[in-house]
Write a protein that binds this ligand. Structure first.
Ligand code: GRF
Length: 210
């Protein structure tokens, strides 16, 4: 059974997609053990509660320094001892010590086709604003392992989504979620839980789902 901790900051629609996929048997061999939020008001914490999953709030703002938060965050994860950490809209930079401790065991969902529209400053609606500004006709989402860089780890899966005339950042964000994020992230977790993902030379090899 893959023990998963999901880290969130906001609405938690990706968390919901994961919880629903576990309930529906679309993700197998997996237990969502806890949800960590840096934001006490995150709707995601409500979603965790409704699903009977432990919600933990840890905000860098409540620690005297970033180093103190990093230490507490890493200790909490060590105590929870997950097989996989899923960053589902988590707006806190993962401490390097956590990345090393959980090497190839942290995944992130990013709402663009990496390496486009990613890196420092590219989060939330900004990603979609930049895609629209550039006039791309196709965008999408990416699930990747987390390394020390920002949105730079090995790519697990990507899905393209069309940009349509008249899109606003909000409309595009919603389409990317519906057509890519809420499908890709549960699939990636199921693939990991069932041993279909291997990292070789910093590249992901994925066995067929059949
Ligand atoms: C998603 O677009 C995700 O790709 C990004 O942050 C957003 C989180 O949305 N990393 P939600 O909290 O899952 O609704």
């Amino acid at each position: 059974m893959l023990k998963v901790v999901v880290c969130v900051s906001g609405g938690g629609t990706n968390l919901q997609a994961i919880l629903d996929a576990v309930s529906a048997g679309k993700i197998t061999n997996t237990e969502i053990a806890a949800v960590i939020s840096n934001n006490p008001g995150a709707k995601a914490l409500e979603r965790a509660k409704n699903a009977g999953v432990e919600g933990i709030c840890m905000s860098p703002k409540t620690y005297e320094s970033r180093a103190a938060f990093n230490k507490a965050f890493t200790e909490k994860l060590t105590e929870l001892n997950p097989d996989l950490i899923v960053l589902a809209g988590f707006l806190v930079r993962i401490p390097e010590e956590t990345v090393h401790l959980f090497s190839n065991r942290i995944v992130n969902i990013h709402p663009s086709l990496i390496p486009s529209f990613c890196g420092v400053g590219y989060y939330g609606l900004t990603v979609h604003e930049k895609a629209l500004e550039r006039g791309v006709k196709v965008t999408g989402a990416t699930v990747h392992f987390v390394n020390e860089g920002m949105d730079e780890g090995p790519i697990i899966a990507q899905k393209a989504v069309a940009v349509e005339d008249g899109d606003t950042p909000e409309v595009l964000q919603r389409r990317v979620m519906e057509q890519a994020e809420w499908i890709l992230l549960p699939q990636a977790i199921d693939d990991i839980a069932n041993g279909r993902i291997r990292v070789v030379d910093n590249h992901v090899c994925r066995a067929s789902r059949d």
